[in-house]
Design a protein around this ligand. Structure first.
Ligand SMILES: Cc1cc2nc3c(=O)[nH]c(=O)nc-3n(C[C@H](O)[C@H](O)[C@H](O)COP(=O)(O)O)c2cc1C
Length: 187
């Protein structure tokens, strides 16, 4: 079997009552069904990024280790005022070389009908600046508070479409990660 592709699934927010964490866990869960993939789930609540003034990147060593070994990233983020949460930007800004020349898939979440379309758009120039390869299709979770049950399991009505979109996104992400690795992408 081919070498496994390591994908870090990044949840976007630390907000205490966050609904989008269910979407992030669901995306990670689907990733785990791919035989040739290893998923590392990153909850920003578990990582501190100190501003100690000595290091312009202000790294967290545990998070650095994850981003170093990840071949690809899947960001699952809520939309805050048409933008991204500070916690996500903090994770992105804490590294540079570990993101560069790696592919990234995007999923947005919101409590309204648009499912985080605007946060995905807002992330494009940021990820482009970081030298990441942004893949299609994007995934959206509209009315995120209604589509998962109390345990975080997706409701049957929404499962088929969401799973189809997420799988399509993973397939592209895996293909791009392998292509970049074979091409000798430098980080
Ligand atoms: C500070 C803040 C700003 C928000 N701005 C938007 C927005 O611009 N567009 C939108 O669709 N939802 C917005 N929402 C609502 C989110 O869609 C909602 O909280 C949803 O549950 C996903 O985020 P969560 O993971 O924090 O729960 C905002 C929520 C917060 C807390």
């Amino acid at each position: 079997m081919e070498e496994k592709i390591i994908i870090a699934v990044l949840a976007g927010t630390t907000r205490p009552l966050r609904e989008s964490i269910k979407a992030a866990r669901y995306v990670a869960q689907i990733g785990q069904t791919f035989a040739d993939v290893e998923i590392i789930f990153v909850d920003p609540i578990e990582y501190e990024f100190p501003n100690d003034g000595n290091d312009t990147e202000n790294k967290n060593p545990d998070y650095s280790a994850i981003t170093a070994k990840a071949d690809a990233f899947f960001i699952v983020t809520p939309e805050y005022n048409h933008g991204y949460p500070g916690s996500l930007k903090r994770m992105l800004d804490s590294e540079y070389a570990n993101y560069k020349h790696k592919p990234v898939a995007l999923a947005g979440a919101s409590n309204g009908p648009w499912g985080g379309v605007r946060v995905c758009e807002a992330l494009l120039p940021v990820l482009h600046r970081m030298g990441m390869v942004i893949i299609q299709p994007e995934v959206y979770f509209p009315r995120v508070q209604d589509i998962f049950d109390e345990e975080g399991k997706i409701k049957t009505t929404f499962a088929a479409l969401q799973e189809k979109n997420i799988r399509a996104s993973y397939q592209e992400l895996i293909w791009m990660a392998r292509t970049l690795k074979q091409g000798g992408a430098v980080h």
